[in-house]
Design a protein around this ligand. Sequence first.
Ligand SMILES: NC(=O)c1ccc[n+]([C@@H]2O[C@H](COP(=O)([O-])OP(=O)(O)OC[C@H]3O[C@@H](n4cnc5c(N)ncnc54)[C@H](O)[C@@H]3O)[C@@H](O)[C@H]2O)c1
Length: 238
Amino acid sequence: MNIALIGYGKMGKAIEATALQKGHNIILKIDVDNIDELNNENLKKCDVAIEFTTPGNAVKNILQCFDAGVPVVCGTTGWLDKLEEVNQICKQKNGSFLTSSNFSIGVNIFFEINKFAATLMNKQKDYNVSLEEIHHTEKKDSPSGTAITLAEQVLQQIERKHKWVNSATDNTEDLEIISKRIGLVAGTHKVKYSSSVDDIEIIHTAHNRQGFANGAVLAAEFLKDKKGIFTMKDVLGF
Ligand SMILES: NC(=O)c1ccc[n+]([C@@H]2O[C@H](COP(=O)([O-])OP(=O)(O)OC[C@H]3O[C@@H](n4cnc5c(N)ncnc54)[C@H](O)[C@@H]3O)[C@@H](O)[C@H]2O)c1
């Protein structure tokens, strides 16, 4: 598979190593110093593009891939307010698109566990639910995209919570997300149910970026010859 890497930072480099190990070729590498090379002529030579850049640049890069007719896997977080618009454009252009706030297989299993726990807890009004996420100090968005996905899953099930807030709160209708930025932490997410008699915590701890890179390459292999909009649930067959 011939891959375009858009964004050659921490994730771009981890994805390159994984893709090469799996026998794929990286035939286009784009970062801020060669942005003019992200054009239709170069993209058309690729089977799939993998985009991990910054919240302010992701949409433009994704649309460029749709223009070139190249399937695009996007891992950049912090731009999801534009997701509906991007999905519409993908449909209009008959494109191929897959995005996820987290490509790790473990986190996607964690998402399913989170939904199930929230379903059980909807009627257990003695429990408060809160979220915590910890990432490295270079992370640009807060809360993390993964924490937002977890929070939205909880809000869909637990009727006593109405919206998430990214701070400590005493309002029992708000779902608290505490974001911490510490050292080189790859990504820790905790969902905690707390009552006066006990606590239940579900925690996912990424040991490094390898899990995200593995999932992103798996998603690219899945998307390569498909048309339409997909998620990691499709890739993993959940
Ligand atoms: N979905 C997931 O599983 C997952 C996992 C880890 C990180 N992320 C997200 O992926 C994104 C990238 O993370 P990272 O750790 O690699 O960050 P990073 O800062 O190490 O790398 C981002 C790279 O993008 C480059 N860049 C900026 N603007 C660009 C543009 N217009 N075109 C091309 N390249 C551009 C930067 O120069 C940098 O090298 C972040 O939004 C992060 O939150 C998602």
